[in-house]
Design a binder for this molecule. Structure first.
Ligand code: NZQ
Ligand code: ZN
Length: 391
């Protein structure tokens, strides 16, 4: 196991009706004037925003609102939010929504106290300072409620990039699984797929002897495989939603990723698809993962055979582990298909003729050197072949 630091000071508030505690939690973390940031409408329609406002008022705090975050959040609204926070003297950001709203809040939080362009953080500068953030999560997926990461699309060139820093880990996150019951089945399935992807991105490691994190990841994957179909079948299944919500947090706050190298190539390839076609992140990953895994499998066949036998229930063929590895990738593909995810370019709405553009943006965008580097280093030729496997 490699040396590591793990600092994850988010206070989690989990369970039914807990969004009504938002105001007192903001107060506990020192907020006095709040930016209430939310998405395109679901949280307004469900009455959630009204409940959060009532709780902020009850705590005797001031707030202003900025709605309209769209999935795959854009830089334009971030600039607007930064300006608003500076003008109004905001000292706390309350995100109510999914990963897109939380990531937009994180960008605003970092940008407000930074003396330059917030996009610098999305070109590799570490975030060391930010306004404090709290979240009320409405979809189990991105894991942003417990992560030090934010992903934003810059409208100038439609480039989707990530930024990181412990300063943007939420101070608190309220997780009420009942709030996810209003999700359309497609969005629920996107979330399940994204959570599984966060687990694979950590499972694919070049570090040896990491049994504890391997086993944590395997347990969480098996939970998702069990609970995913149950919520698709019955959206009101609170207990299944609760297991998925906590698994989503654990999959991405990095407790499963410490002490080991990680992959993240699937996410890099997917971010180009989201940026170009505005596809849902989880749906993009459903198409990307089997292709990437098939292409890189030979780098460490036993790792793929291990996940196939321990998680997907494939029988281990010690004479030909490649067969087991392939069966595991096939099982993943069948699983995402069974919960309603696309599995190829056509179903996703992506186009073969755009592959050169995708490869160019992926390998050279934002000053990259012609490759992406995770479990395996992939050059432009590799990336082209992987996108072609998705046709
Ligand atoms: O905008 P509204 O109307 O709320 O609709 C949203 C949106 O259309 C809807 N929704 C959310 N909660 C709902 C609901 N509809 C009904 N009932 C509810 N309870 O669902 C749609 C998707 O929401 P979004 O926030 O985009 O989903 P998600 O949480 O999957 O976030 C995706 C974004 O997170 C980034 C992705 O790249 C993508 O931009 N990621 C962020 C990460 C991080 N910060 O650590 C890591 C991830 O790998 C990921 O890259
Ligand atoms: Zn993801």
């Amino acid at each position: 196991m490699d040396n590591f630091d793990f600092y994850s000071p988010t206070h989690f508030v989990f369970g039914k009706d807990r969004e009504n505690e938002a105001g007192q939690m903001i107060k506990k973390f020192g907020g006095t004037k709040v930016l209430l940031h939310y998405g395109g409408g679901s949280a307004v329609r469900s009455g959630l925003i009204d409940r959060v406002k009532a709780s902020i008022e009850k705590a005797g705090l001031e707030y202003i609102e900025l709605g309209g975050v769209q999935p795959n959040p854009l830089s334009g609204l971030v600039y607007e939010g930064i300006e608003l926070c500076r003008k109004e003297g905001i000292d706390f950001i309350m995100a109510v929504g999914g990963g897109s709203v939380i990531d937009s809040s994180k960008a605003i939080a970092a940008g407000t106290v930074y003396d330059g362009d917030f996009w610098d953080f999305y070109c590799g500068k570490e975030i060391e300072e930010a306004l404090p953030i709290g979240t009320v999560l409405t979809i189990a997926a991105a894991g942003s409620e417990g992560s030090p990461d934010s992903v934003i699309t810059n409208e100038d060139g439609m480039m989707k990039r990530g930024a990181s820093g412990d300063a943007i880990r939420p101070r608190f996150s309220i997780l009420n699984p009942a709030l996810t019951q209003t999700l359309p089945a497609f969005q629920t399935a996107c979330g399940v797929t994204d959570i599984i992807a966060h687990l694979y991105e950590r499972y694919l490691t070049n570090t040896k002897e990491v049994e504890v994190t391997d086993r944590l990841i395997e347990g969480l994957m098996m939970t998702m495989i069990h609970e995913g179909p149950r919520v698709i079948e019955n959206p009101d299944n609170y207990d299944a939603r609760a297991n998925i919500m906590w698994a989503g947090m654990m999959a991405h706050n990095n407790s499963c990723g410490v002490g080991r190298t990680q992959d993240w190539n699937s996410h890099q390839l997917e971010h180009e698809l989201s940026a170009l076609y505005n596809v849902a992140h989880g749906a993009g990953l459903a198409v990307v993962m089997p292709a990437v895994f098939t292409y890189v499998m030979k780098h460490d066949v036993m790792r793929f055979a291990q996940v196939a036998s321990r998680v997907w229930g494939c029988s281990m063929d010690y004479n030909n582990p490649e067969l087991t590895a392939k069966a595991g990738i096939g099982a993943l593909k069948n699983f995402v298909k069974s919960i309603g995810m696309p599995v190829n370019f056509e179903e996703l709405g992506a186009k073969e003729e755009d592959i050169p553009k995708l490869v160019e943006a992926l390998c050279y965008g934002n000053g990259r050197d012609g490759s992406v580097n995770g479990f395996v280093k992939l050059d432009t030729e590799d990336c082209r072949k992987i996108y072609e496997l998705m046709l």
